[in-house]
Design a protein around this ligand. Sequence first.
Ligand code: MUC
Ligand code: MG
Length: 381
Amino acid sequence: MRPVTKIDQIETMILDIPTIRGHVLSMATMRTQTAVLVKVKFSDGSEGIGEGTTIGGLSYGAESPESIQSAIETYMAPALTGRDGNDVNGAIQLIDRLVKGNRIAKAAVEGALWDGLGKRVNVPLSQLFGGAVHDKLPVAWTLASGNSETDIAEALEMIEIRRHNIFKLKIGKRSVRDDVAHVARIKQAVGDAASVRVDINTAWSLQEARWGLKGLQEAGCELVEQPLPARYRKAMAELASGYEIAVMADEALNGPEDALEVAAAKAADVFAVKVAQSGGLKRASEVIAIGQAAGLGLYGGTMLETGLGTAAALQLFATVETLRWGTEFFGPLLLTDDILANPVVYRDFCVEIPRGPGIGATLDPDKTDFYRRDRGRTMKA
Ligand code: MUC
Ligand code: MG
């Protein structure tokens, strides 16, 4: 019998990394992204790393970087220490019994456990999920400078350098009329060279959304993401059935149970599947399966993670046969610096699936030391 590889230690680190420009969302303007990294050390000397990151402090969802760190250190690490490191499902089930919610924190730890396992058996994480069927995926860019002219210049440059031809516009902060005019200007500027979509991040009422969707589809916008608050399933269903423009659920999808309810209520045409929001790679794969079974479109969503969380998501989405709406795994590109020694590669409107064992991401220790919030803590990259 092979010796059991035990979980010896779980450490966390918060990093604050500036963004390349202000990222203006309906609920917050980001000038820094804060990432929570986890390292799991195993008794055979192997290690696994994972990421659990949110957006805009507590303005996006119920978890903050600080709560993610504290949930891991106070509740998850003590329960997992000493357990069989190869038993990832056992760890997921135990943590689900001990910790309610806190999906982003769970995703970070689970990612590190899968990474460790993949490294020990020397296969990419995608293989632990049945094997990659893609070596690259289409990748969107978010236009969110807060200024139409700047967004247009950014979009045209991205098309020119063949980095992105799918654009997600963050709206919902201004009046519906102004937002629709902004989207129409950008769509007109890029023409047929790009797909234009919008994300409202829950900012509209149903009444506003009716006007909004009408104007957006007339402007040539293809998809509207989470126009209404997460719990407004009936109203989302009205929008999904009432307009041609695709309606995508994002904040409404916190794991497989939500996915089932959103699908059953016909409250979306498309699922934005986020690993962190789903509660980890395994639960995200379940959200994907529910979306597929319901005949919905799929899109790989991001919490604007660093290269680490981005690479982890890429490993899972590489195994998904049809991603009708592509992905938005551009997180590292929004940051002024890349914390990976082997940055994720963007080329020809696509993001490449990292190679190498586990998640396929190697931290650059100088970078993590530089951006860590608390240099006094013990975790070393
Ligand atoms: C979100 O709500 O989708 C994803 C891309 C981006 O710019 O912000 C995130 C958040
Ligand atoms: Mg969104």
